[in-house]
Design a binder for this molecule. Structure first.
Ligand SMILES: [Zn+2]
Ligand SMILES: [Zn+2]
Length: 170
């Protein structure tokens, strides 16, 4: 497992070198549950003064099997959100992203690019629904990732369509 703060350090050094005016969050976190996107930046507003509460990065990106550039792109993407006027993906955000991309050959975009998404989802495949039951009459099937109650005792369940008793398939 990669050390998030070590990569944060690398990224901030690079941004410092080209004079990007980001703000560090109060804390960095990695999250196991964050799978629907790779990172986010939580900013709170108090009397119109923004505070960067935290930046959260998906723990998947700390996996050594994921190319480093996806992790660094994500860290930098979230750091751009801490720059003045970059809370959204508007023209200010895009111009800073361009500046960083030009300097270091990154591919920071407003959203995850398809090639990167393919790499990550090929490593983190969704769990297969390998426990299947079906209706012997109409053929409707149901799949489960675990040995559910319906999988263990299919005869206790009836088809929602034709009311037949169900059977185990695999
Ligand atoms: Zn963003
Ligand atoms: Zn049926």
């Amino acid at each position: 497992m990669r050390d998030l703060l070590q990569y944060v350090n690398e990224c901030t050094n690079e941004l410092d070198l080209i004079g990007i005016n980001y703000t560090l969050p109060k804390r960095w976190e990695s999250s196991k549950r964050l799978t629907w996107k790779y990172g986010y930046c939580k900013i709170s507003l108090f009397r119109n003064k923004p505070t960067i509460e935290k930046i959260v990065i998906s723990e998947r990106l700390l996996d050594e099997r994921i190319p480093e550039h996806i992790l660094k792109d994500t860290i930098i993407h979230e750091l751009i959100h801490t720059c003045d006027g970059c809370y959204d993906h508007g023209s200010k955000f895009q111009s800073i992203a361009r500046q960083i991309n030009n300097a270091y050959g990154y591919l920071i975009e407003t959203r995850v690019n398809d090639a990167d998404h393919k790499i990550v989802s090929s490593i983190y495949k969704p769990k297969e629904r390998k426990y299947k039951i079906s209706c012997p009459t109409c053929g409707k099937t149901w799949g489960y990732k675990i040995k559910s109650k319906a999988y263990k005792y299919p005869e206790k369940f009836i088809c929602t369509k034709c009311k037949s008793k169900l059977v185990r398939v695999s």
